[in-house]
Design a protein around this ligand. Structure first.
Ligand SMILES: CC(C)(COP(=O)(O)OP(=O)(O)OC[C@H]1O[C@@H](n2cnc3c(N)ncnc32)[C@H](O)[C@@H]1OP(=O)(O)O)[C@@H](O)C(=O)NCCC(=O)NCCS
Length: 161
């Protein structure tokens, strides 16, 4: 049976999250922290249905035109605060003139100001320009495998119609 977590079960959930962090560190942060430390820290993990999030769209303006954007999302899940570069684009005629680098530097500063703990950027293998710009700001390739479940956008479109 699959069901939603009930009130009062936060302790069980915290213990599972602690074990996940413990097992995950081998693949992710490569730290050596003992399970007992994760379990003791887990009492402080806030568990709530509420999340706070924002979309912040940074734009680059040149010649009074918007020529590029960096769409950043910030989600405060309670347990942590995560940022993401959701969209990143510079008009073709303006590429190679540092616009992308400036947008990315502003995005990083935004994440710092917002006290984001970890920020993600998705791109395709081979997008060397984007990869270089992310790396310039300190993003590192991680060995996590990203899997995508692509579902219909019909509901979203109907909601906005
Ligand atoms: C990625 C993108 C936003 C970069 O914008 P931009 O304004 O051209 O970027 P910049 O001019 O600031 O910087 C480009 C950097 O990449 C470098 N670069 C360009 N082509 C490169 C290539 N093939 N390999 C490696 N580096 C490359 C440039 O030398 C420059 O680095 P430098 O400043 O150290 O010299 C832009 O190319 C774009 O909109 N691409 C299509 C959409 C896209 O791919 N978005 C990212 C999705 S994750």
């Amino acid at each position: 049976m699959i069901r939603r977590m009930k009130l009062g079960e936060e302790g069980n959930i915290r213990a599972l999250l602690a074990r996940l962090s413990y097992e995950d560190q081998t693949f992710w942060r490569k730290q050596a922290k003992r399970l007992e430390e994760y379990l003791s820290d887990s009492s402080k993990i806030p568990i709530s249905e509420e999340i706070k999030g924002k979309n912040i769209i940074l734009v680059a303006e040149e010649d009074s035109e918007i020529v590029g954007l960096c769409w950043c999302t910030i989600v405060d899940r309670g347990i942590d605060k995560q940022g993401e570069i959701a969209e990143f684009y510079v008009e073709k005629e303006y590429r190679g003139r540092n616009v992308g680098a400036e947008l990315m530097a502003a995005a990083k500063q935004l994440f710092i100001n917002e006290q984001v703990e970890v920020a993600f950027a998705w791109t395709h293998h081979g997008n060397e320009t984007a990869i270089k710009l992310y790396k310039n700001e300190g993003f590192k390739e991680v060995d996590q495998l990203v899997m995508a479940l692509v579902l219909s956008t019909k509901n979203r479109i109907q909601r906005h119609a």
